[in-house]
Design a protein around this ligand. Sequence first.
Ligand code: AMP
Length: 120
Amino acid sequence: MNKNYDKNNIFAKILRSEVPFHKVLENDYALAFSDINPQSPIHILIIPKKAYLNFHYFIENGSTKEIEFFWKLVNDVIKLYKISMNGFRIISNSGDDGNQDVPHFHVHLLGGKNLGKMIN
Ligand code: AMP
């Protein structure tokens, strides 16, 4: 369970408001903020407020409410940016093979242009 969760990862610091960030939206269970190094015109990160290492730990250990409200927030960001018609991409990197840099579960929501077949 969340074996290697590092309480000092940058997203944990964002959740504790120890470092600056640009908040987009939040609810009781999740926070959405701008990626500091955007890969597309719209590049938002959505994270659960509780500590989960990656997607797998979140789904295994998160409550139904947390999981529901997490994905609701992703959809609220889609609505905020009005990208449901033009489209978007959701990515969640996990572990070494997924090249996950920040060890707190997050999804990238990318949009605002045609993203090609895949992000390199
Ligand atoms: P990943 O490789 O999926 O773990 O991606 C981590 C993402 O976090 C990258 O896209 C970074 O640009 C982004 N990032 C790192 N530090 C910050 C920060 N302080 N504020 C916003 N985004 C960040």
